[in-house]
Design a protein around this ligand. Structure first.
Ligand SMILES: NC(=O)c1ccc[n+]([C@@H]2O[C@H](COP(=O)([O-])OP(=O)(O)OC[C@H]3O[C@@H](n4cnc5c(N)ncnc54)[C@H](OP(=O)(O)O)[C@@H]3O)[C@@H](O)[C@H]2O)c1
Length: 235
């Protein structure tokens, strides 16, 4: 059955691969981009993909949600089946001691990686309530899993992502009665990620694994923190 996916952060990597796979399967995709890169906009154009709507989103701009609301209203009577949150402030791992990390740095990471997806959900949830699928995927990081070793877990990126995982858990409780499935998701190490080698997955493989997982999600799994293989990372 054809569905409508709302995906953020689609300028490159796994999110871009997701968009292309879904469109090739005949689904409708509403994709958001941060920086308007002409080559991406040309590639993901309505001419190439009639089922695609490309919207602008910048979590650091307070007017972005209002603008998005207007953009969605213009699309008419749409139903969004699946929301996949990939947009992220993802600078190379910083290992500054917490006490030496600037307050403004934390604010920016929380704005983009934690509160941005939550505020966005406030805008798009009304478009999801009529869906029979109602799936919300908040992409997190395995670095906030206590079992991850040898990597910096206490940087602003990871701390903000840990907050997003908790939001997914809380939302799963709050939205259960309405039939929403909410998970926190770790996409696995893939090419293009920091510190990966040749053994890392191709982005298309990571995107395929993600879509397979999303397709099979059940209400019983709501609230879990799952990786691309379907393993639970919950403590
Ligand atoms: N890659 C990994 O190693 C890895 C591992 C575990 C989890 N993840 C998670 O998987 C997801 C995708 O990872 P990725 O490596 O593909 O991320 P990425 O390459 O850093 O892409 C992040 C996306 O977010 C957008 N973005 C950045 N700032 C934004 C803002 N202020 N408002 C709205 N959008 C903004 C970027 O747009 P611009 O490029 O235009 O700024 C880009 O499209 C992320 O949630 C990440 O945390 C990744």
């Amino acid at each position: 059955m054809k569905q409508t996916f709302f995906i953020t952060g689609t300028t490159k990597g796994v999110p871009l691969a997701l968009v292309k796979i879904l469109l090739s399967q005949g689904h409708r995709v509403i994709a958001t981009v941060h920086h308007r890169q002409p080559e991406i906009q040309a590639e993901l154009s309505i001419t190439n993909y009639p089922n695609l709507t490309l919207l602008h989103l910048d979590f650091t701009d307070n007017t972005t949600f209002l603008k998005l609301e207007e953009d969605l209203q213009r699309l008419g009577n749409i139903v969004i089946d699946v929301f996949i949150s990939h947009a992220t402030l993802n600078k190379p791992i910083e290992s500054e001691p917490l006490l030496e990390t600037a307050y403004t740095t934390y604010v920016k990471y929380f704005q983009v990686n934690t509160l941005g997806p939550l505020e966005l959900l406030k805008v798009i949830k009304p478009y999801m309530v009529r869906s029979q699928f109602k799936k919300i995927i908040l992409t997190s990081s395995a670095l906030n899993d206590k079992n991850s070793k040898g990597q910096v877990r206490g940087n602003p990126y990871t701390i903000a992502k840990a907050g997003l995982s908790l939001i997914a858990f809380q939302l799963s409780e709050e939205l259960k009665q309405e039939g929403f499935i909410v998970i926190s998701y770790y996409p696995g190490l893939h090419k293009g990620c920091d510190g990966t080698d040749d053994t890392a997955m191709e982005v298309e493989e990571a995107a395929g694994a993600e879509l397979e997982l999303v397709d099979g999600l059940t209400l019983e799994q709501s609230g879990l923190y799952l990786d691309h293989r379907g393993n639970s990372l919950n403590r």
